[in-house]
Design a protein. Sequence first.
Length: 175
Amino acid sequence: MEIPLDVFMAICKAVDLEDWREITELTPEITKPRWSTLRSKMVDAELLKASLRDLGITVKTYADVRGRYGARVRADIVAVLEGEFDIGFSRNSDGAFDLIADLWGVAKKHNQTELINTICQKYAVNKTLAEVKQRGFGGKTKCPRCSSTQINKHAYSQGKQNYICRNCGTQFGES
């Protein structure tokens, strides 16, 4: 049963409790955080942290995720959000990260669906860019003769991509 905070505080005042922590002992089910765990396909910790930073989110590693009524849970990566609540990411047995958060609390200051989708989209973009960079595309390949980055793919030889320089015409293979 979910009780709004203002109703909860009114109950505290009605029974003459000065601090909400006192009522925790009387009714723990009211004050218990509601941790949600969502599966993701994110597997690269460094890309996840870079994606969060790209979105302007402060990142902590091996820290506590803040939840309702001061509750905390440990996560591998924590996105520190504006307000009293965070989103955590913990690696699961499959090697991917599970998102852990008190989504009720996150929703107080953020559109939780939009926020989670934005994080996932930024991760996907960064993962794609990292793969492109690793394969040597995107202007990173240079002509060995003139160092130009004006390169086109030019057939395959022995299973490797060959290139041709548009500047000087030199043909060369992947390094």
